[in-house]
Design a protein around this ligand. Structure first.
Ligand SMILES: C[S@@+](CC[C@H](N)C(=O)[O-])C[C@H]1O[C@@H](n2cnc3c(N)ncnc32)[C@H](O)[C@@H]1O
Length: 210
C-alpha cells in the first residue's frame, strides 16, 4: 500500500516537495494541455494536499467542479483545509483507494456526477499499478473525456547529470522513476499532446479517450 507512506508529516509535504523549484512547472503544463472548459468536472487522482487545485479551479471556473481523490486521510485533511482557506466551494475531497475507485465513491446523495476529465500529478508512479488505476478511472469518464498525466522519469540529454537527484526525489516519495504512466495514455488516446519540463525529468501528457 504505497499511500501508507503518506500518513505522516503531511503538514510538511508542500514545503519538502520541491514544488516551486521543480514540480509546479509540470502541473502547469499538464493542466494547460488538457484544455479544460468552464463548467467541467475534473477528478484529481491521488490529489495529495491539493497542490493542483488552484490551477484546476481556474480552468473549470466557478460553475465547474474539482473532486480530489486520495487514499490518505491525512493528505486529504490538508487538501480540504486548502479548499476552505481559499473559498473554493466547488472543490471536494474523497477518500478512496484509486485501484478500487467506483462511481459510488464520487456520488453525492446517490447522484453520480458526469466526469469530463481525469487528472493526475506525481501520483500514478507511486501507486505501483497505474494501469489498473487508469482503466478503472476510464470507466467513470464521459465519452470524449480528457485525461492529463504529469509524472517523472530520468532526466535526458545534458540534464542526465541530475539523474542521482531525480532518483533521490522519487525514492523519497516512493515513486518508481521507470513507471512512465503517461505511456498508458499515449497508447489509447486521440489528440495526444506532450510537454517536457526540467531536463525531461517531468513529462506532461494529455489526450482524449473515447
Ligand atoms: C507524491 S504524492 C502526489 C500528490 C499530488 N498529486 C501532488 O501533485 O502533490 C502521491 C499521492 O498519491 C496517493 N496515493 C498513493 N497510492 C494511492 C492509491 N492507491 N489510491 C489513492 N491515492 C493514492 C498518496 O496518498 C499521495 O497523496
Amino acid at each position: 500500500m504505497a499511500w501508507k507512506k503518506y500518513r505522516f508529516g503531511t503538514q510538511f509535504y508542500d514545503a519538502l516537495s520541491g514544488e516551486w523549484a521543480v514540480y509546479r512547472s509540470g502541473r502547469v503544463a499538464g493542466i494547460a494541455l488538457m484544455g479544460l472548459n468552464a463548467g467541467d468536472t475534473v477528478v484529481d487522482i491521488g490529489c495529495g494536499t491539493g497542490l493542483s487545485f488552484e490551477l484546476l479551479v481556474d480552468a473549470v471556473g466557478p460553475t465547474g467542479q474539482v473532486i480530489g481523490v486520495d487514499a490518505s486521510a491525512q493528505m486529504l485533511q490538508v487538501a480540504a483545509k486548502r479548499a476552505v482557506r481559499n473559498g473554493w466551494s466547488n472543490v471536494r475531497v474523497v477518500q478512496a483507494d484509486a485501484t478500487q475507485l467506483s462511481a459510488a465513491d464520487l456520488a453525492i446523495d446517490g447522484s453520480v456526477p458526469r466526469v469530463d476529465a481525469l487528472f493526475s500529478a506525481y501520483a500514478l508512479s507511486v501507486m505501483g499499478n497505474h494501469s489498473t488505476v487508469l482503466a478503472r478511472a476510464q470507466r467513470l469518464l464521459a465519452p470524449g473525456g480528457r485525461v492529463g498525466i504529469v509524472d517523472m522519469q530520468r532526466p535526458v540529454g545534458a540534464a542526465k547529470i541530475f539523474t542521482p537527484l531525480a532518483r533521490l526525489a522519487c525514492r523519497m516519495g516512493g515513486a518508481d522513476i521507470e513507471a512512465h504512466p503517461w505511456e498508458w495514455l499515449i497508447q489509447r488516446a486521440e489528440n495526444v499532446t506532450q510537454l517536457s519540463r526540467r531536463g525531461g525529468h517531468i513529462q506532461a501528457v494529455a489526450g482524449t479517450l473515447k
